[in-house]
Design a protein around this ligand. Structure first.
Ligand SMILES: Cc1ncc(C[n+]2csc(CCOP(=O)(O)OP(=O)(O)O)c2C)c(N)n1
Length: 629
């Protein structure tokens, strides 16, 4: 075992190529073993094992700064940089994070989890280094998927202009989560075939030069001929034209050539350089190689078969959203579905399969997805943008400036709202309520379960008078044999009293309604009568209905799977009649700080908003003298 002996970078640098190859397979084995138990971003991490080994081998990390884009591929990096023994607890509460974290290690240069930031971070680091008159290298590692993000283009534009000494590693596996899409991806593919063309060109040129008498003139003719195609097929021309020197493509699993090229490019020592590395997503684990999208981010699975554990027949919110939308769109020809590289996660694969002409995967381009949808809405279409809450953060100005200002009927299906568990800080969807609530013209809905989600999507499809957002959490929703047919026609702007009570009202949003109902049952055993309100429409709010319930109970709490600051609870407290405000026992939600990774049920408990904690908090507030009638 070489891996056990790698405790510092010096240990790594002592190895030869053959030993590094064995080390890589040991790292790969550990990754597969742990991720089969814990779940995680397997395929991306397996694809960059040799690249990670080579980077730490050639560069002087952590002084030289490795900047990972997204950071989901950092498992080998973590294993090699002092976290081998903690790796078994990756993504577990209290264990190491699945993404780079600056407070975990000096080798993690930035906290990341969202895509397309590495080039800006690299350029900023290079400029900062030069101001500080330091000599360290800066290396950004960006995937072909992440390169489709707008920020990456903005940074490339600036990098080509400033011409700072930095290295970009383009990790090209032709995949984003699913197969990569877009003109850039096609360009990269042409570039790889361009290499074959280059090889063909040099061998034919050598051949014609040797032809007696005519050789020289044919050579000149061919040179001009090939030059006229140069822009189209010479690898890297796009980057070269932007002032970024291009090297490659190189096989990202051949440690010998990779290390040689990295060393050579490192020695050049000036200006921006890009190395095009070709890797295979899922490399070394056959199920992941065969189905890289499924193994991009996966829960625990059986290592020997690749079959996920704990598979359930219950539908997920995403599946319900995707299937319902595809069903409605079959008869409503104005509906279009848009995703920013998340068709699997958001459940839109069904839509793509059935109505491909009205399905758009725009790449990792959340800002563009919203503005694109705005224009579709203004052209009479009914755009639905399916997007994770956390990634929607990228497009706040687009929501305000391109959608709400013109009151355009863009429909947002905000998936993964609230905490998301093991992915942690960068991925929790805790801010969407507080952000969108403050944007004029928006309607915000929150279903308590899958049936409500389906009925709300039907409502949104017919809602042509302004932007509307439906927020729902990650996970399965307890419906077996789910039907896509509308059941209860949804009417917005009204609360639903799920259970009446006399001592305390629990005003809950979305998935927290079930928690509230469970808490009410426990409270009943303690002889406390709790009313439970399903808020349903978070904006505009049914303040009159809410006040009526509070009046009956005297006391109330609010519950939301989002931040308390700027959340629904604060809103209710500020909008209700002042004489009702003293009845507020507490605002239930997440505090004003970043919430770490871990199992959702654990996170709810720690923050006092699982059913037991709510019960205890209410009981102690009521018996602690706060009771008000
Ligand atoms: C802003 C943003 N949108 C979407 C995602 C979800 N996401 C995580 S990785 C990924 C694909 C990245 O593709 P690539 O950079 O090629 O890396 P690979 O996984 O193929 O190695 C996506 C879409 C994200 N992390 N950030």
């Amino acid at each position: 075992m070489y891996l056990e002996k790698i405790n510092t970078m010096k240990d790594l640098k002592r190895l030869g190529i053959k030993e590094l190859e064995i080390l890589s397979s040991e790292v790969r084995d550990l990754i597969i073993d742990v991720i089969a138990k814990n779940g995680g971003h397997l395929a991306s991490s397996l694809g960059v094992v040799e690249l990670t080994v080579a980077l730490h081998y050639v560069f002087n990390t952590p002084e030289d700064r490795l900047i990972w884009d997204v950071g989901h591929q950092c498992y080998a990096h973590k294993i090699l940089t002092g976290r081998r023994s903690e790796f078994k607890n990756i993504r577990k509460y209290g264990g190491i994070s699945g993404f780079p974290k600056t407070n975990e290690s000096r080798f993690d240069t930035f906290c990341v989890g969202h895509s397309s930031t590495s080039l800006s971070l690299a350029l900023g680091s290079a400029v900062g280094r030069d101001f500080a008159k330091k000599k360290n290298r800066v290396v950004a590692i960006i995937g072909d998927g992440s390169l489709t993000g707008g920020m990456a283009f903005e940074a490339l534009n600036h990098i080509g202009h400033l011409k700072k000494d930095l290295i970009i590693i383009l990790n090209d596996n032709e995949h984003s989560i699913s197969k990569n899409v877009g003109a850039l991806s096609e360009y990269l593919t042409r570039m790889i075939s361009g290499t074959l063309y280059n090889r063909f060109r040099s061998s034919s040129m050598e051949f014609v030069k040797r032809i007696p008498r005519f050789g020289e003139s044919i050579f000149l003719f061919l040179t001009r001929f090939f030059e006229s195609f140069k822009g189209m097929i010479i690898p890297g021309q796009l980057f070269e034209d932007m002032g970024i020197r291009y090297f490659g493509p190189v096989d990202g699993h051949n440690l010998g050539s990779l290390i040689d090229l990295l060393k050579n490019v490192k020695e050049i020592n000036s200006g921006p350089r890009l190395i095009h590395v070709i890797t295979k997503k899922g490399k070394g684990y056959l199920p992941a190689e065969l189905n890289p999208a499924k193994f991009h981010g996966i829960g625990p699975f059986d290592r020997s078969t690749g079959i996920p554990k704990g598979n359930s027949n219950l539908a997920s919110y995403s599946e319900i959203a995707g299937k319902t939308l595809a069903h409605i769109a079959k008869s409503d020809k104005r509906i279009v579905a848009i995703t920013a590289a998340m068709k699997l996660g958001t459940g839109l694969y069904e839509f793509e399969k059935r109505i491909s002409g009205r399905f758009f995967d725009v790449g990792i381009a959340e800002q563009h997805s919203i503005t694109f949808a705005a224009a579709l809405a203004s052209s009479g279409m009914k755009p639905f943008v399916s997007i994770y809450s956390t990634f929607l953060q990228r497009a706040v100005d687009q929501l305000i400036h391109d959608v709400a200002l013109m009151n355009l009927p863009v429909r947002l299906l905000i998936d993964r709202s609230g905490i998301v568990g093991d992915d942690g800080e960068t991925h929790h969807g805790l801010f969407d309520i507080s952000i969108i609530k403050s944007i004029p013209n928006f309607t915000i809905l929150a279903p308590m379960n899958g049936s409500e989600l389906r009925d709300m999507i039907y409502y949104a499809a017919g809602h042509d008078s302004g932007p509307i957002a439906i927020r729902y959490p990650r996970g399965r929703v307890g419906i077996e044999g789910f039907s896509v047919e509308e059941k209860n026609h949804f009417v917005p702007g009204m609360i639903k009293v799920m259970k009446s009570g006399t001592d305390v009202a629990i005003l809950a949003a979305g998935d927290m309604v079930q928690t509230a109902l469970n808490a009410a049952s426990i409270l009943k055993r303690k002889k406390i009568s709790a009313a439970v309100v399903n808020l349903m429409t978070l904006k505009p709010m049914d303040i009159h209905g809410i006040e009526k319930v509070i009046r009956r109970c005297g006391n109330f709490i609010t519950l939301e799977n989002g931040t308390v600051t700027g959340g629904i609870g604060e809103q209710i407290a500020s909008l209700i009649s002042p004489e009702l405000r003293p009845g507020l026992l507490f605002l239930g939600g997440f505090p004003d700080r970043f919430i770490q990774h871990g199992d959702n049920s654990m996170l709810f408990r720690i923050h006092g908003i699982d059913e037991e904690s709510i019960t205890e908090r209410i009981a102690s507030a009521l018996t602690g003298g706060k009771k008000r009638r």
